[in-house]
Design a protein around this ligand. Sequence first.
Ligand code: NAP
Length: 356
Amino acid sequence: MESVCGGNLTVGSNPTLSAINSRRKEGHHESSRHPAMKAIRVHEFGGPEVLRLETVPDLQPGPGQVLVRVRAAGVNPVDTYIRAGQYARMPALPFTPGVDGAGVIESIGAGVAAIAAGERVYFGGTQSGAYAGQALCAEGQVHRLPDRIDFPEGAAIGVPYATAWRALFQRARALPGESVLVHGASGGVGLAAVQIAKAAGLSVLGTAGSAKGRELAGLHGARHVFDHGAAGYLDAVVAATGGRGVDVVLEMLANRNLGKVLKALAPGGRVVLIGSRGTVEIDPRDAMSRDASILGFVLWNASATDLAALYAGLGAGLDNGTLRPVVGRRLPLEQAALAHRAVLEPGACGRIVLLP
Ligand code: NAP
């Protein structure tokens, strides 16, 4: 696919999270034989400058674990919240950041049966951190990566695609034929949501703040695209639905938008709160008059059953080519601090990935 964002834009796939607590509880095994693995380490919470490149001992898988040779790691906004010490679930210091990645299984621990050394995988969640040359994962955190999806694309699957799937199907219960506004369609979650919704037969409307982001959302399946920085754009969204409003909103910046999007909902509409960076005032009557639902979630809360279902759905979409992860920028591992600054800047164009 051609780049529309100035970087090496590619399309491919992605996984989930559940690492932080398991990392804290289970620890990980380090080998003293090959002290040669590069990793980004955080010794104190703070700004991007606390991300330090270090050489650390190689890892060894324990029972039920697999060791992945990491070829690319995805950079999610949540990585920055954790690095800054501003998240509900925090790892113990020091730690290696990162939830998402892709690579090759290097070795497996006792009791691992479903996957073997040499297999290409992506992971959504790790027990040792993704910003490194190696990552330890529980067997259930790794998923096979189809051959046509490269490793950077694979690193763009986990959190974004799992979040988008859960928002659309497990929270909003979206149905084919319904309309969905992906409010923030240019980023990792947004582009995943556009692809997933389009493949499921929904009518997709998307927003982005840059012309390149809007072009990308259109390329990946949004039928109508809008500038979320433009005056009156939500009126244009409603007009595009023939005045009825949208059935579902996937909201990336609820603190700014929730009060407004309630007015753009169809009767029986659902708003799923995916991202929020502050508080917001709403008029409850906007929801009441539409029999509307406001649905929050964090991916960490998903049950093993729900995760298994959503990864099965993602696997099917990755296999049949309807899901094509988008990498907007590839940076060497040592530029993790730059990546953490960039992921919070406007003008998103898919996922930023780090290459160890
Ligand atoms: P990302 O790749 O950085 O993308 C951010 C998106 O937000 C971009 O599309 C951006 O558009 C958009 N945005 C900026 N200003 C906006 C506005 N005024 N209205 C609507 N959208 C706006 O981040 P991501 O990985 O997609 O994640 C999106 C959000 O969801 C983040 O806050 C993240 O922390 C959160 N999240 C939550 C969960 C969960 O479990 N609930 C899981 C994953 C992510 P432009 O750059 O084009 O302006």
